[in-house]
Every structure is written in structure tokens, then in C-alpha cells.
Design a protein around this ligand. Structure first.
Ligand code: GGG
Length: 352
């Protein structure tokens, strides 16, 4: 029996519902496989905790988290806590604290899912988001607060180490894909320091990967290319902020944000990696049992792959696709199925 210790942080809003559903399908998978076992430990690190106790992560929390094989995360964000506080004190504290510098976001239209984009069946992308620095370096400040000459600064940091490792990661990923294409997304015409370095290092790293076909696009132009020529793109590498924005677009073009997964990887495995649906806490629909759990399930597939459980990952993905193919959809995909109905259907479709 192969055991995997998973730290579970449902977080806020629909995070609680979809992660509970994700644990259920993983338990079902473990039972049917007879070869794997999950040892889940729940952590109530959430905005509720912040409001009650003044912190998301208790003292020593990250040290405890370090001992797990992976982290299964829901969502963060609440109406009562400013978004920049919840994001930095929970999600970013883990991503940056554990040097999960490679954020990987696949996008494709699952069977039975209808996209509003014509030709969306050609979407088969993996967006690689730099996840440790850039626009999310936390480097800035505010002075003269509340006065007419108030200013705020937010200075992006692009380090040679940080940029080189994400480009190398993206090239290595592109090498594993049939088309072996890598698109550099940037805004180095306007951002003439850090992003010029970002581009320069890309072309330096490219020399080590002559088999990868490289392409280049400005971030504004890439949004139109995603809509008009989806078939021309394969792996895409972009900075923290740019990739965050284009991956939301990618998810919407693939059907809905509710189905999109993410892996926050520490490729060297010095620290655990964290897996989460792309979507946020969606507190407008929280507690109603109607959140789409498919994003959390696909995320679980990525976690299984990371844990070396390729066969189980495939079985779970097959079950997810059987359910989407049957057009049992949640509200975001035009259906009326509840979280529980979709979860039960996926459990039933996991092969014995
Ligand atoms: N599950 C993803 C999540 O909770 N995201 C919250 C959020 O606000 N993310 C913004 C970001 O990571 O840039």
C-alpha cells in the first residue's frame, strides 16, 4: 500500500465545498485501487480564523505543512477581509514560503463542455506562470496616505535566478508535449528593464532546447491570438501577473473558470507542492451546494501525477470526462446539477 500524506486547506467560500468533494473522490479512488491510501489532515486556515484569531497561518504552521507530501487547497477571499490581506497572508505565504515557483495551468475543453468560442476544440494549452516574484514581489509602499499628494508604488522584481528557472521549467515541459512549442509572453516594449531581462534570458535558455519551436507575443496581442488562433499555441510562459490574467481567459474560453486546475510546484521537491482549482472563493454562491467541483477534481489529478500515481490520475481523469461527456453540468456550464450530484457521478464512474 502506498500512503500519501495530504495537507488539506479548504480556505474560504466554495473552497470548503469543492475540496470536501475532492477528498470524497480521492477516497473512492483509493478504495477501488486497493493500492493507495490518503492520510488527509485538515487545516482550518481561513478568513474566518483570521477574523477570530488575527491570523491565517498559526505560528509554526508552515513548519508543520512542510512534513506533508502535497497540499490540497481550495480558495481564499472573503467579504470581511481585504483581498490583498487574505491573498498574501494565506495563498502567497505558502507559494512563496515553499518556493513553489512554477504555477502550471492546463486548459482544454473537456468532452461535453460547450465553449462560447468557435474552434475551442483546438485549445490545448499549458500556461506556465512564474509564481515567486515579478509583479508579486510585494515590493512597494505608500506615503502621504489620505493626503492629496498620496502615492503608492509597486515595483516588480525580476531576478536572473527567478527568470532563468521558470523559462527552463517551461522549456522542459514543452519538450514533453507532442508539438514542442513554447510561446514567450511579455510586455517588453513598454516595460523596458525587467521584462527586457525576462526576454533576454528566455533566448539564452532556448539555446539548450533546439527542438522546441519558440514563439513570442506581447501580452495584449496574446489575448486576441487566444481567441482567433487557439490552435497556434501550446505551452505559454508568462510573468506572475500576465499569466494570472491570461489563464483566467484560457479557463473561460475552455468553458468555465469552475473546471480549471492549477499546480503550484516546487520542482526541486525541497518543499511540498500545492494544488488548487483556479477559481476563487465565489462567496456569492457559497453554501448553496451548487459550486462546480470539476476544477477541484482535475486539480486532484495533477496532484496524483505529482505523487507519481499516474494510473490513478488517468482513472480519475477518465471518470471526470465520463461525467462531463454525459452533460451532467453545474450552473456555470449551463446545467443544474449540484456539487453532490457531480461528485457522486464521478465516484460511480471510477472503474473498479
Ligand atoms: N484557488 C485560487 C484562489 O483562491 N485564488 C485567490 C486569488 O485571489 N488569487 C489571485 C492570485 O493568485 O493572483
Amino acid at each position: 500500500m502506498r500512503k500519501h500524506r495530504i495537507a488539506v486547506i479548504p480556505g474560504d467560500g466554495i473552497g470548503l465545498e469543492v475540496i470536501e468533494a475532492g477528498k470524497k473522490v480521492l477516497e473512492e479512488l483509493a478504495e477501488k485501487s486497493g493500492e493507495i491510501q490518503f492520510d488527509f489532515k485538515d487545516f482550518d486556515w481561513s478568513s474566518k480564523r483570521y477574523l477570530e484569531q488575527g491570523h491565517y497561518i498559526p505560528e509554526g504552521g508552515l513548519d508543520e505543512l512542510k512534513t506533508f507530501d502535497a497540499i490540497y487547497f481550495g480558495a481564499v477571499g472573503s467579504q470581511e477581509v481585504p483581498d490583498h490581506v487574505s491573498l498574501w497572508d494565506l495563498r502567497l505565504a505558502i507559494c512563496q514560503g515553499f518556493d513553489q515557483y512554477a504555477n502550471v495551468r492546463p486548459a482544454r475543453v473537456l468532452p461535453g463542455v460547450t465553449s462560447r468560442l468557435q474552434g475551442a476544440d483546438k485549445i490545448d494549452w499549458v500556461i506556465v506562470r512564474e509564481n515567486s516574484e515579478g509583479e508579486y514581489s510585494g515590493n512597494g509602499g505608500r506615503v502621504h496616505q489620505g493626503l492629496p499628494d498620496e502615492i503608492g508604488t509597486e515595483v516588480s522584481i525580476f531576478s536572473r535566478k527567478g527568470v532563468e528557472r521558470i523559462h527552463r521549467f517551461a522549456f522542459e515541459l514543452a519538450m514533453t508535449r507532442p508539438r514542442k512549442k513554447l510561446l514567450l509572453v511579455t510586455k517588453s516594449n513598454a516595460q523596458r528593464h525587467g521584462m527586457v531581462l525576462w526576454d533576454q534570458i528566455f533566448f539564452e535558455v532556448a539555446r539548450d532546447f533546439p527542438e522546441v519551436e519558440i514563439q513570442r507575443e506581447l501580452v495584449d496581442a496574446v489575448t486576441t491570438r487566444m481567441v482567433l488562433k487557439p490552435e497556434t499555441m501550446d505551452v505559454i510562459v508568462a510573468t506572475n501577473l500576465h499569466a494570472d490574467i491570461i489563464s483566467d481567459l484560457a479557463a473561460a474560453l475552455s468553458g468555465s473558470l469552475g473546471i480549471a486546475p492549477t499546480a503550484n510546484l516546487n520542482p526541486e521537491r525541497t518543499f511540498p507542492s500545492m494544488f488548487e482549482p483556479i477559481h476563487g472563493s465565489a462567496f456569492d454562491i457559497a453554501g448553496q451546494g451548487i459550486a462546480n467541483p470539476i476544477g477541484a477534481f482535475w486539480t486532484a489529478v495533477m496532484m496524483l501525477e505529482h505523487l507519481g500515481e499516474e494510473t490513478s490520475a488517468r482513472r480519475l481523469m477518465d471518470a471526470i470526462e465520463a461525467v462531463t461527456r454525459s452533460e451532467l453540468h453545474a450552473r456555470d456550464l449551463g446545467g443544474a446539477a449540484t456539487t453532490a450530484e457531480i461528485t457522486d457521478a464521478v465516484c460511480q464512474h471510477i472503474d473498479e
